[in-house]
Design a protein around this ligand. Structure first.
Ligand SMILES: [Zn+2]
Length: 133
């Protein structure tokens, strides 16, 4: 049965495997270590060769767009003190990427498979997945 783009998005937003909807993208005991493969369906999650850059870009973009830029504007416009803005930016630049780390991985997997749904094992013969890479 094929996985639809709608399922890819809902699973990605929920932080689940885009292929099977499994809940364990990350090692149980390690907050920042993604499983090499989904423990439920065996799909490769860390696809190697710079694939990890996708979550970094998403994490950076969301942190800057949703937190850093608004705080800079508040500081520049005088809504909050400039020193408070700098302190918030420094703290936010450290804390927010840590909090978003896992979510940025699932958002990256969602974006990747949204545009390449044919690469999901459930959308093609699983024997070809490893041959393509
Ligand atoms: Zn899975």
């Amino acid at each position: 049965m094929n996985v639809t783009r709608r399922q890819i998005v809902t699973r990605g937003l929920a932080g689940h495997c885009p292929n099977c909807g499994g809940h364990a993208l990350f090692h149980a005991g390690a907050r920042f270590k993604i499983n090499e493969r989904c423990p439920d369906c065996g799909m490769k999650l860390d696809r190697g060769d710079g694939f990890f850059l996708g979550p970094f870009v998403i994490n950076y973009t969301v942190t800057v767009a949703v937190f850093i830029v608004p705080v800079v504007l508040l500081g520049v416009l005088g809504v909050i003190a400039k020193l408070a803005a700098v302190a918030l930016i420094v703290a936010g630049a450290i804390v927010i990427p840590i909090l978003l780390y896992r979510r940025s991985w699932s958002w990256w997997l969602m974006a990747y498979f949204y545009f390449l749904p044919q690469k999901l094992p459930k959308n093609h013969d699983e024997q070809h997945e490893d041959e393509e890479e």
